[in-house]
Design a protein around this ligand. Structure first.
Ligand code: G4P
Length: 529
């Protein structure tokens, strides 16, 4: 197959949701339809204590949760699909955000009985910042759901994106009968007997035919007709261009657990979403469709894959050209030629060594400690670099107390290494001359990860003293006079390792108040690494 076709058939996306909305279940059903697994229940058998591929770290095993995101590749209907899985646990990390930097689109899974929840809202912000297409799957329709119009309203109001239902549910919970497909004017009938472990058959009836009333009953038919009439008058029309720009989200209804609506969603989604997108470098746009030099950027570093060797795997997203195992590439930030040996790719149930990969694919390569998040690798003579990955606002902060002062060197080395991998962010007091370190994390679990890793890998014990701050803002003004800033009483000035000033706040309203008091001040929720 020629180069362009390889790229055209690729779809690289992330699935975002609040924990328990059904992301794992939906992912698993995608794999089931793609033939990558034969029976559902094998990806993350929580109940069977069989661990997912990504559970490398001891701490993950101990707790039975997945701390890091993994990547799954499989085929369906002629497409080559890369799913970037984001940790489903409440305590997600910055990795979850970064994963979205490597995706070309996002699937948002929403629990039909809950609407938009906190974690979805946070991840959604990153999608909006990147203007990537967002597709909504409203799940658990086999359980009592919120009113459908209310659900759509919730998405539009909470997230500020227009919605366009591609299908429409007929009832929910015990009364769930299936979905009405708006374009084809057909009904896909739900069958509760389908347990969802295998690909099932979906019965379809023509909504315009006389049989509809017989099949779903007079009351459901009347309600459906009323709702569709209202919907046709009120909802945004499908517009592929708006979808591509991330301004309109196509919405689908279903029940991942029972396989209902999953394949319909997958089929439409693969058609409506995008193949790998061009990316901005410091030499202009790089288009994956053009058969140019290989390039990729690092979006995640996974440490501790093998405890004996303290090794790390750097995950990179290929942006252009083709990758072949053992190829020599230029590491732009390191200023060195390196060989990418033993590249790995995550499959549904194992890691495997790969020979070739293309734009849109994610590969993991052995990292002897040279890579940082956002680094570019390329075979181009231009040696261009991709725009860095922003650092995302941590929401939990703690002062680090080192228990054995004799081990200062190991401590500094360890904490810097862990920060370089992007698991934590480290800061210092502003202008106090104190060397104390303040650590910031996106999810509190990362505090435990930090303690555990410093102890196990660097033999250093630390004590973390929690700080009350929850809001961090990067100061965008160059050369600002920090002493002249008029802040609130709960504001704290800190600096990052490059000496750049930042502000911490306990309350969100203090951020607004500080902005009001300092009209020239420009603050950002995203930092530059
Ligand atoms: P997550 O990755 O987003 O955290 O969610 P996950 O898929 O693990 O699903 C959370 C729970 O919701 C699971 O139940 C799962 O079986 C259930 N679920 C997912 N999709 C549907 C659906 O369409 N309908 C219904 N009724 N339930 C659904 P659990 O009891 O927490 O876990 P398990 O013991 O079943 O694994």
């Amino acid at each position: 197959m020629d180069f362009t076709n390889e790229i055209k058939k690729r779809r690289t996306f992330a699935i975002i949701s609040h924990p328990d909305a059904g992301k794992t279940t939906l992912t698993e059903k995608f794999l089931l339809y793609g033939g990558a697994i034969n029976t559902a229940g094998s990806v993350k058998g929580k109940a069977t204590a069989k661990h997912a591929v990504s559970d490398w770290m001891e701490i993950e095993k101990e707790r039975g949760i997945s701390v890091t995101s993994s990547v799954l590749q499989f085929g369906y209907g002629g497409y080559c699909i890369n799913i970037l899985d984001t940790p489903g646990h409440q305590d997600f990390s910055e990795d979850t955000y970064r994963t979205l930097m490597a995706a070309d689109s996002a699937v948002m899974v929403i629990d039909g009985s809950k609407g938009v929840e906190a974690q979805t809202r946070k991840l959604f912000k990153v999608c909006v910042m990147r203007h990537i297409p967002i597709f909504t799957f409203i799940n658990k329709m086999d359980r009592d759901a919120m009113d459908t119009f209310e659900l759509l309203d919730d998405i539009e109001k909470e997230l500020g994106i227009a919605t366009c239902p591609i299908n429409w549910p007929i009832g929910s919970g015990k009364a769930f009968q299936g979905v009405y497909e708006r374009q084809g004017k057909t009904i896909e009938l739900f069958s509760g007997t389908q347990k969802g472990t295998r690909v099932g058959e979906v019965r379809t009836v023509d909504a315009a035919g006389g049989r509809l009333e017989q099949v779903i009953g007079a009351a459901a038919k009347e309600k459906l007709e009323e709702e569709i009439e209202l919907l046709d008058g009120a909802a945004a029309e499908f517009d592929q261009e708006l979808v591509s720009k991330g301004e309109l989200s196509p919405v689908f209804f279903g029940s991942a657990l029972t396989n209902f609506g999953v394949e319909t969603f997958l089929r439409h989604f693969l058609e409506m979403t995008t193949s790998p997108l061009p990316r901005m470098s410091d030499h202009g746009m790089v288009d994956p469709m053009e058969e140019t030099a290989f390039s990729a950027f690092v979006f995640k570093i996974q440490a501790n894959m093998n405890k004996a060797h303290r090794d790390r795997i750097a995950f990179m997203r290929i942006c252009s050209g083709a990758f072949t195992a053992g190829m020599d590439v230029w590491h732009v930030q390191g200023g060195k030629q390196i060989r990418l040996s033993q590249p790995q790719q995550m499959m549904a149930s194992e890691r495997k060594i790969i020979e070739t990969a293309y734009g849109g694919d994610i590969i993991g390569v052995f990292d002897p400690g040279i890579f940082s998040i956002g680094d570019t690798l390329t075979t181009s003579r231009d040696k261009y670099a991709y725009e860095g990955i922003p650092t995302f606002a941590p929401e939990h902060f703690a002062r680090v107390r080192q228990l054995d002062t004799m081990k200062r060197k190991q401590f500094v080395k360890g904490i810097n290494q862990i920060a370089q991998e992007g698991a934590i962010q480290i800061f210092q007091e502003y202008n106090t001359g104190m060397e104390e370190i303040i650590v910031g994390v996106v999810g509190v679990l990362q505090f435990d990860v930090l303690k555990y890793r410093l102890k196990n890998e660097y033999n250093v014990d630390i004590l973390l003293e929690n700080l009350p701050y929850e809001y961090i803002r990067w100061i965008e003004n160059e050369g600002i006079d920090m002493d002249a800033l008029s802040g609130t009483s709960d504001m704290k000035k800190i600096k990052d390792l490059h000496g750049r000033p930042l502000l911490l706040f306990v309350h969100e309203w203090s951020v607004r108040m500080t902005l009001e008091r300092n009209p020239d001040l420009r603050l950002s929720e995203f930092g530059r690494s």
